[in-house]
Design a protein around this ligand. Structure first.
Ligand code: FE2
Length: 422
């Protein structure tokens, strides 16, 4: 006797529906028709069933703080950092926690069941670290959270930077972060990368750095990050986030850089919503898009994922933590709407993002966690086109969120029918 059978689900890329049998929170059978009995059955009605969405790059300490103490009028990264510094001085634990939990309600409703969040470790009290470690523990049953120790105001800009980062790691933060392009000088950026990678190697942790998040074609910290990933043996445990300067780099230099990145095995995260908004702000026309070179990185064999980065904070005023919005924006701004590219785009907010976070038991396969999202869609391209309702979100065999089907009712002329855009 199984715990549950999901009937008539359409898996990505499939034409025929399947049933999925679940026991003890795991998939135990996936077949055209399961004959075994189950305690419970759930009818997927021929809709698309996908692995949960994964957000590998987020900032949960600043989320939902939009407008406090003021709005970012210039739309630049630097004004965002300034507003965050002003806000940080007055932050209270209960406020950070309330916002984070509210955000996670949205995440789960959207089917985002794994989140890697950076947490600022340049506040001497490390208040946000303590709060988000608590949130991670409280929410463990429903969502996988990884914390990155992120020196938002620079590792080497203050005398306490290194000490605070080490203290955050000792408190239980999962990943070592960095921001080399924001250090005072390029050589300090280089020095910070070496120090952070050596710390991660010594502690057995992953690295995920904000790297070259600028329009400066000469911001080339990614080169040193790739070098250190190889030298320290960290390899795929290192991720370079943003890499927007690659958009503006000289093409000849990029032809040398891409193989270096591939050889180092580091992974890359692009954040389309945020960087299409923040980059190119000093440009007149033409304005650069400022996103890193995703199709070329994929072509070189590098694993690339997409992140949401921000929801309603000093850097970005929009969003509801919907990874299909990220994928939709990415597909357009990266010019990846080719038919064969859509599956890649979808994988960058599911499987490829899970690979960045090194999630275990992820995927629609026998033996893996029975966690999935049922979308009001019939294909992956429908999902990207419509960003449709998450009809059901399952976590380890349990339905933890539902959204009703969305249909428009027509009232004109010949037509009194319903439209679902499929
Ligand atoms: Fe970020």
């Amino acid at each position: 006797m199984l715990d549950c059978i999901i009937r008539n689900g359409l898996l990505p890329g499939a034409v025929e529906c399947v049933d999925l049998g679940i026991s003890a929170g795991k998939f135990v059978e996936i077949a055209p028709h399961i004959v075994a009995q189950a305690e419970d059955e759930f009818n997927a009605r021929g809709y698309l069933l996908t692995p949960p969405f994964v957000d590998p790059h987020f900032h949960m300490d600043s989320t939902l703080s939009l407008g406090t103490p003021r709005f970012n009028e210039s739309g630049t990264l630097l004004e965002g950092i300034q507003i965050w510094a002003e806000l940080k001085a007055d932050l209270k634990a209960e406020v950070i926690k309330k916002r984070a939990l509210r955000l996670l309600d949205w995440s789960i409703a959207r089917g985002t069941l794994a989140v890697r969040t950076h947490v600022d470790v340049t506040d001497p009290t490390l208040l946000a670290v303590d709060v988000l470690l608590e949130v991670k523990e409280e929410m463990r049953e429903w969502v996988d959270i990884q914390l990155v120790a992120f020196p938002q105001e620079g590792l080497l800009r203050s005398s306490q930077g290194k000490d605070l980062l080490v203290r955050a790691v000792e408190k239980g933060v999962d990943v070592v972060g960095g921001i080399p392009h924001f250090e005072r000088t390029t050589s300090h950026g280089t020095e910070s990368i070496t120090w952070l990678c050596e710390l991660a190697a010594q502690k057995g942790l992953q690295v995920d750095m904000h790297c070259d998040e600028s329009d400066d074609p000469l911001s080339r910290h990614i080169e040193h990050l790739a070098y250190e990933a190889r030298r320290t043996g960290l390899g795929a445990k290192v991720t370079g986030s943003h890499l927007t300067s690659m958009h503006s780099m000289d093409n000849y230099y990029v032809s040398k850089l891409l193989p270096l990145i591939a050889e180092s095995e580091i992974q890359v995260i692009c954040n389309p919503l945020i960087n299409i908004h923040l980059q190119g702000r000093q440009d007149n026309y033409p304005k650069r898009r400022g996103l890193t070179r995703v199709p070329e990185l994929l072509g070189a064999g590098v694993n690339v994922a997409l992140g949401h980065d921000c929801v309603m904070d000093p850097w970005y005023p929009m969003g509801s933590h919907d990874m299909l919005e990220v994928a939709h924006m990415g597909a357009h701004c990266l010019q990846m709407l080719g038919n064969s590219q859509l599956a890649d785009v979808f994988s960058m907010v599911t499987g490829r993002a899970a690979q960045v976070m090194q999630l275990e038991n992820y995927g629609l396969e026998v033996g893996k966690d029975a966690s999935f999202v049922l979308l009001q869609a019939k294909s992956v391209s429908d999902a990207l086109r419509l960003r449709p309702a998450r009809l059901a979100v399952f976590r380890r065999g349990l339905c933890i969120a539902e959204t009703p089907e969305v249909k428009a009712q027509l009232h004109f002329g010949r037509n009194e029918g319903q439209v679902d855009f499929l």
